[in-house]
Design a protein around this ligand. Structure first.
Ligand code: FAD
Length: 394
């Protein structure tokens, strides 16, 4: 019989599924409880193409899990930032001197599904449609609810929360023993739009007369339209589309999401501020009116664990704003560190050491992500910036 503890993971998202794969590979008995249905059966988040920037720290974690090659085959290389100025010009600011220093655009839904497959192949058991409701840390039990509202109690002496920024496990831990939680809201929100593949646009709109095959604009770049207090960005998808994200103050004077409540108002704003981008967004009206405004915040915790009984990882422990494109990358690093520490140590020691090692990194990345928002929206178009070279994810 194995002397390794049985582990219950809450959340089968990006971090939960990669962690499950690594723990199962090391011989742990791993059960993952995910509140949503299996995306491989149900389709992912309404079928929209949402992508993420995968950078070296995330890739390194995928390499150590033996998954990097598979993911890179389905990713689009981004060599640098393509900055689009208000007068319609654009220029590439490379991340490095050559293609050894690049980042990658990868489908969020696709990546999650490949990681679920990999974790199951390694022996992890997934229980979909099972959301954590409450945890009794003294009894080592948790309560879960299924899609039909039926609640059940399970034994779970060692719980690991990979249940994201709004973590239920974190709330339960915090109620049992204060974690020193602090949330700093950015005050800016975001909305996702889409540039479709070139075949869906009229040829005269295409950059270089459509010389990018199925892409309307340069595929191998992270596009930024910096406009001072706000910006749009676009990341390529393998099928030829781009996911565009508008970042804007949530409240306050024009322009803010409060002053641009619908597509009619927003179209006038785009015609003025993003004149070269708007024609590439044929579904602007529908996308703007139907896609929600997301909120952004940084989460700081003094404690990530309750001795050896519960631990938080990924966004559940250290959610950050997305401007360095490092939330998932940082969460992936967590998984490598935790799997190594748990192998051969008792959970209480492993969890304490995990926090000691990972928290300074998470804090540093949180600060860099906040700084990078100012950098991206304000100064990225400044010619003096071109002299500087940095290799962040974005
Ligand atoms: P999540 O991805 O949130 O997954 C949590 C999982 O837990 C979900 O599957 C959820 O259904 C499940 N769950 C929640 N509650 C329960 C419950 N009670 N019971 C059971 N299951 C539950 N990061 C990057 O590295 N690069 C980027 O380019 C990037 N871009 C971003 C852009 C935006 C607009 C945003 C908002 C974030 C971006 N991030 C990026 C950050 C990245 O999305 C997160 O860091 C990453 O998703 C964290 O993964 P996670 O598994 O910890 O949490």
């Amino acid at each position: 019989m194995s002397s390794k503890p049985s582990l219950s993971l809450i959340g089968g998202g990006l971090v939960g599924s990669l962690l499950a794969q690594q723990l199962a590979r090391r011989g742990f008995s791993v059960d993952v409880f995910e509140k949503r249905p299996d995306p491989r059966m149900a389709g992912f988040a309404g079928g929209r193409s949402i992508n993420l920037a995968l950078a070296e720290r995330g890739l390194q974690a995928l390499r150590s899990a033996g998954l990097a090659e598979e993911v890179l085959q389905r990713a689009v290389m981004m060599r640098g930032r393509m900055v689009h100025t208000p007068d319609g010009r654009s220029g590439l600011q490379r991340y490095g001197v050559d293609d050894s220093e690049v980042i990658w655009s990868v489908s969020r839904g696709g990546l999650n599904m490949w990681l679920l497959d990999a974790a199951e192949s390694a022996g992890a058991r997934f229980h979909f449609g099972q959301g954590l409701v409450a945890a009794d840390f003294d009894a080592g039990r948790m309560r879960l609810v299924d899609a039909g509202g039926t609640e059940r109690v399970f034994d779970a002496p060692v719980l690991i929360g990979a249940d994201g920024a709004g973590s239920t496990l974190r709330s339960a831990m915090n109620a049992y023993r204060a974690l020193g939680e602090r949330v700093e809201w950015l005050g800016h929100g975001y909305k996702e739009l889409e540039i479709p593949p070139a075949s869906e646009l009229s040829p005269e709109l295409l950059e270089h007369g459509g010389g990018h095959d199925q892409f309307a604009i340069e595929p191998n770049a992270l596009h930024i339209w910096p406009r001072g207090g706000y910006m749009c960005i676009a990341l390529p998808n393998t099928a030829g589309s781009f996911t565009v994200t508008l970042f804007l103050p949530a409240q306050g004077p024009y322009p803010s999401f409060a002053t641009l409540p619908d597509a009619r108002a927003a179209e006038t704003f785009f015609r003025h501020d993003f004149a070269d981008l708007l024609p590439l967004l044929p579904r602007f009206g529908t996308d703007y009116d139907t896609h929600p405004v997301g909120t952004l915040a940084t989460l700081y915790l003094e404690r990530w664990h309750l001795d050896g009984r519960a631990l938080l990882v990924g966004d559940a422990a250290h959610a950050i704003v997305p401007f360095h494109g490092q939330g998932m990358n940082c969460g992936f690093e967590d998984t490598v560190s935790l799997a190594r520490l748990l192998d051969g140590n008792d959970p209480a020691e492993a969890f304490a050491e995990f926090q000691r090692l990972r928290q300074p990194n998470a804090d540093a990345i949180a600060a860099m992500a906040l700084e990078n928002y100012v950098e991206m929206r304000d100064s990225v178009a400044d010619p003096r910036y071109l002299a500087k070279r940095e290799l962040g994810a974005r």
